[in-house]
Design a binder for this molecule. Sequence first.
Ligand code: ZN
Length: 288
Amino acid sequence: MMRDFSDSHRWLSINTATVRKQWALDRIIDECARRGIRAISPWRDQVAAVGLDRVARQLKETGIELSGYCRGGFFPAADAAGLKAALDDNRRAIDEARTLNAPCLVLVVGSLPGALNGSPVHRDIGRVRQEVRDGIAATMEYARQMAMPLAIEPLHPMQAAERACINTLEQALDLCDELDPARSGGLGVAVDLYHVWWDPKLQQQIARAGADRLLAFHVCDWLVPTRDLLNDRGMMGDGVIEIRKARGWVEAAGFAGHSEVEIFSEHWWSQPGERVLDLCIERHRQVV
Ligand code: ZN
């Protein structure tokens, strides 16, 4: 039986990138609290801008929980020093996630070094996949000590050069099986429908993941046409993703956590934040 969201937004979470251009994180938390939104997923830069301790205090005061912490990852690098710097940075991200009581650290794993700035230092995607594997394996040791689960987020293949060389749920779960065959709960996936909705194996791989590997569920919509590969995500209900059907699949697999709205959109960033949050609540009830 699927949970009924139609008369409550108890299970709504707001990924704070959704209103990052309107407000700083402290204001976002206040605006969520005012609306009875009980969970958020903040980004590290937003936390740093307000101050980690201050954010932790504000979460405690408002009773708002995290549905995830964004983000760790970006493991590949041009040289050994770069690989080590990435591991150090992931350890810091885990520490912050602990301080904020996050249920998981979301990993955008990275890909060709330099590609994000338009100048890849090499083109060997096989090499970066290996570096990602090794980087997650190394990070898992610290994450385990800190009891912080790691959630690999497969990104749409259009992001394969710049942001993530893990592009399907199957690929992410293969890595989970390799690095955590015992299904300890310390390694899993973040299912972001924007990235995986098109995958013919989506339902099958969600079932394969099961409750112990389904650590986060992100929603928005795929617009037609899509005008920008990064910042033209749609509000739920405005595009072509069968969101409720997919939520049925994750719930059938045992997921019972938050449905996290994550919209990177120049359009929605240009709207009043109050309106965006109100609409997120409305659409969460209507179409998620
Ligand atoms: Zn996401």
